[in-house]
Design a protein. Structure first.
Lengths: 287, 231
């Protein structure tokens, strides 16, 4: 069952267009939302939640029109837009006290457990927290009201590797019951390799693909060849890096299988993203 | 709405609001334009908007399970509560001043129902200008306050000037009867049935103007803020 359906979302800015963004988030899954800085990830998330007024498009949450039932839908959504950067002179306990009044489903026990797990002192002020600790505080608030869908915009940016790993474990725990889902935007692709079930890739305000993580990776191959082979395969390469001894690049699986004389290897998500973003090719300094 | 008001009180309320509300003691200054005390309350309201803006309140609120319209209505209601507190304090001060300083106020409106009526219109003007102007962008608190303050001061100078003029001209037989009417029925603590009636009507009109203007301000603000992109 689809917990979130985004259909043809469009937002025109003077120098940027979010162009008919459509994708779904399945119940009980983690959707990784990837794209480079400025691709439209945050604009999409903000448009979905009506923070940014979309020019057109619909968003359904559990089959309900989110824009028409904003309050009811948002009660079931946990949202983290990076680190908690609000009311920096207030203590965490004051902000939590205000925040929890908005949720009938607030679970104080979960909140206290998360505070301990993240080593957050409720007596501290937001300004006294590091960047990573502010992200953890935002996550503690978002995870404590039994949200069915977590929408997280760059939640792992600013966290140390141990905290990131711990967080990914928490994400897996959350979706384990099959009723909760996570939409997780990031440019730290290694995090998604560890936990994402589905991938949606946005580039220049347009969705390039939205599919399960295995199919996403399986659709591409990393190839490498001699310098003289580059001209022959240049048009089949989605992106490539030329160097003194030849080239490495990305091809669709079909093209890679048809190519002769190239070394072919499975593609990882990070390589796919890097080569897709440098689709016009790149002559390295070594050449 | 209760949770939103709680948020306004616990997070957005700037401590200077209490200081500005305390300036109601200005009503004990002899011969002074008492409507000035209301301007300070407008100043306090500006500080609430500025505090909220500087603390990223728009984004924090947008992440909560409330619509933009609810967020605007809660803030407007918070403004109304502060203005109502000021008016109640003003009514109390007028009653106290009746006993402690019954002399005529040569600096503007006397302690009276009229003063409350004029204060209501002053707040109505401020709300109608400041709130829709702020919610057009969701962040321009300073320029919106400036526009609101200009409206407030025009009203303040007009009314207090008229009261000072009527007090001065009332004893002059050649002056228009209009000034005597003001002096005997509006710019005084009501002691005759006629004065009570006139000031009662003024107060009722003030309440109506305040209600209509604030309702309109909220409505326009909601419409404008709906189009704002919370960044």
């Amino acid at each position: 069952m689809k917990i979130l359906e985004i259909k043809d979302l469009r937002k025109q800015y003077p120098s940027f267009l979010l162009d008919g963004v459509s994708f779904d988030v399945e119940e009980g899954s983690i959707m990784g939302f990837i794209g480079r800085n400025g691709a439209g990830k945050t604009t999409t998330i903000k448009s979905v939640l009506n923070l940014v007024h979309a020019d057109s498009g619909t968003v359904l949450f559990e089959g309900q029109d989110l824009f028409a039932n904003e309050t009811a839908c948002k009660k079931k959504i946990g949202l983290v837009l990076g680190e908690f950067n609000y009311y920096k002179r207030k203590k965490l306990k004051s902000i939590a006290a205000v925040t929890k009044a908005f949720y009938e489903e607030w679970d104080e026990e979960t909140y206290q457990t998360l505070l301990s797990r993240f080593a957050l002192d409720p007596e501290k002020k937001v300004s006294e927290l590091s960047q990573g600790m502010r992200v953890k505080f935002a996550l503690a608030l978002a995870l404590s009201h039994k949200a069915k869908l977590l929408i997280l915009d760059e939640p792992t940016s600013g966290l140390d590797p141990v905290s990131r790993d711990e967080l990914l474990d928490i994400f897996r725990d959350i979706i384990e019951d099959g009723e909760h889902s996570i939409l997780f935007s990031t440019h730290i692709i290694s995090d998604l390799e560890k936990c994402a079930d589905y991938i949606t890739y946005i580039k220049g305000g347009r969705i390039l693909t939205s599919t399960d993580a295995d199919s996403f990776k399986d659709a591409y191959r990393l190839v490498s060849g001699e310098a003289e082979q580059l001209e022959q395969y240049r048009h089949d390469l989605i992106g490539y890096r030329a160097h003194a001894f030849g080239f490495t690049g990305l091809m669709t699986r079909g093209n890679a299988e048809r190519a002769e004389g190239l070394k072919i290897a499975p593609a990882d998500m990070e390589s796919i993203m890097i080569y897709m973003e440098r689709e016009d090719g790149h002559e390295s300094a070594a050449e | 709405m209760k949770a939103l008001l709680n948020k306004e009180l616990k997070l957005c309320l700037h401590p200077t609001v209490f200081i500005y509300l305390g300036l109601i003691l200005m009503l004990l200054i002899p011969n002074y334009p008492y409507l000035v005390s209301c301007f300070f309350v407008c100043n306090a309201i500006f500080f609430i908007f500025q505090t909220a803006r500087e603390n990223g309140d728009a984004m924090y609120t947008a992440m909560l399970p409330v619509s933009k319209a609810q967020a605007v209505r809660a803030r407007v209601l918070f403004v109304v509560i502060i203005q109502a507190i000021d008016l109640l304090l003003m009514a109390g001060m007028c009653a106290f001043a009746l006993v402690s300083m019954p002399e005529h106020n040569a600096g503007g409106t006397d302690h009276s129902l009229s003063l409350l009526a004029f204060a209501l219109v002053l707040f109505a003007i401020f709300n109608l200008i400041f709130l829709p102007s702020f919610y057009k962008t969701g962040y321009k608190a300073g320029s919106s306050f400036l526009k609101g303050a200009i409206g407030v001061w025009i009203w303040l100078m007009l009314i207090e000037g008229l009261m000072i003029a009527s007090g001065t001209m009332a004893g002059n037989d050649s002056a228009p009867a209009f000034f005597r009417f003001i002096s005997e029925n509006i710019d005084c603590f009501p002691q005759t049935a006629k004065a009570w009636t006139v000031q009662g009507i003024l107060f009722g009109a003030g309440l109506l103007i305040y209600a209509v203007c604030t309702f309109l301000a909220a409505r326009i603000s909601v419409k404008r803020y709906d189009k704002v992109n919370v960044q």
